[in-house]
Design a protein. Structure first.
Length: 345
């Protein structure tokens, strides 16, 4: 069969379906951007909240230390004041006793420093100092435990912040994975619509070719035969067109999933079937757990394949038998490059 080119009329039949799917793709892209932006905002808020809590607790450490220090100093000053007052009182008592003894005269003077009042006073001063020492030790222990509790709280804030950030990251990944699956579905539908439109163009172009061939045959017959022969030739030509259309419908529109069907399908879209089968044979189907896994391996080996070739490969792998099922990751199905002429989205 001679080669033919698509006419402008046939090409005008193709309506690019991309605008119908573009709003969905744009919304998915917007949702991804929003999810990333929200993640950045929430992460900054978490860091700010825990930063403020940590700063406040660190200020509490300094404040607790100052409060305990001031309390001990105040107690020490109060004890010193009471001790001074007690000693002053005892000194005044001893002075009065000495004055009274001098006025009475006679007899040796008693040891006023060993008087019961003086001894009791000194004992009270000693006990007060001992109690003060014990109290200071207790206050120091309480201060140390309080500061340790504050440090533990500050450390806990760090763990809580890390956990909150990790949960936020997981939420972002789940959202992006869901959006990626939606994008894969939309792009798959778009590829199917594009293939259907291209098939319509090729069908119309082939019909034009058949009509042109039949007309040329009728003109040749008219030059050598009479009017009735021409009519008969036109009838025969129309019969050939009708038969060719039937065969074309079976050949172009109803591709089989077997090797022969895929050969015709790939060739009709302008690709070399031998090159296509070379890419398919590079996948170890025997060790693949599922059609999805086999197709994912093919995708990885052929990152530049366009929608038409990818669809043919997917149909071939779906027709094979596998022992187990395995669903590939979304990332392995999202390579939309342009090795076969379709720009990546």
């Amino acid at each position: 069969m001679a080669e033919y080119t698509e006419s402008q009329a046939a090409q005008n039949l193709y309506v690019d379906p991309t605008p119908a799917y573009q709003p969905a793709l744009d919304q998915i892209a917007t949702d991804k951007a929003t999810a990333n932006e929200r993640y950045g905002t929430n992460k900054a808020d978490i860091a700010n909240i825990f930063g403020q809590l940590t700063t406040a607790r660190q200020a509490d450490v300094a404040r607790v230390n100052e409060q305990f220090t001031q309390s001990i100093v105040s107690q020490q000053e109060a004890l010193a004041k009471r001790t001074a007052e007690a000693r002053t009182g005892m000194a005044q008592t001893m002075a009065s006793a000495q004055t009274a003894a001098a006025e009475r005269g006679g007899g040796p003077a008693a040891n006023l420093a060993a008087s019961p009042a003086t001894v009791a006073g000194e004992k009270g001063i000693a006990d007060a100092n001992a109690f003060q020492t014990i109290w200071e030790g207790q206050q120091g222990a309480i201060k140390g435990q309080t500061q340790q509790n504050l440090q533990n709280t500050i450390t806990g804030y760090g763990f809580q912040e890390a956990q909150a950030t990790q949960q936020l990251q997981k939420s972002l990944e789940d959202t992006l994975n869901q959006l990626s699956r939606q994008e894969t579905g939309v792009r798959g539908e778009l590829a199917g619509a594009q293939i259907a439109g291209q098939s319509q163009v090729k069908q119309a172009s082939y019909n034009e070719y058949l009509s042109k061939t039949a007309a040329e045959a009728a003109q040749r017959l008219a030059a050598t035969r009479g009017y009735y022969d021409v009519q008969q030739a036109q009838i025969d030509a129309q019969n050939k067109i009708d038969l060719a259309l039937i065969n074309e419908a079976n050949r172009v529109k109803n591709y089989g999933d077997d090797a022969l069907g895929l050969d015709r399908r790939v060739a009709d879209f302008g690709y070399d079937p031998a090159e296509f089968w070379a890419t398919v044979d590079s996948v170890d189907v025997a060790s693949a757990p599922s059609s999805a896994a086999a197709f994912a391996q093919w995708r990885a080996n052929n990152p530049g394949a366009d929608a038409a070739i990818s669809s043919a490969a997917r149909d071939w792998f779906n027709a094979q038998r596998y022992n187990t099922s395995n669903t590939p990751s979304v990332d392995s199905l999202l390579n939309w490059s342009s090795q076969y002429g379709v720009p990546s989205q």
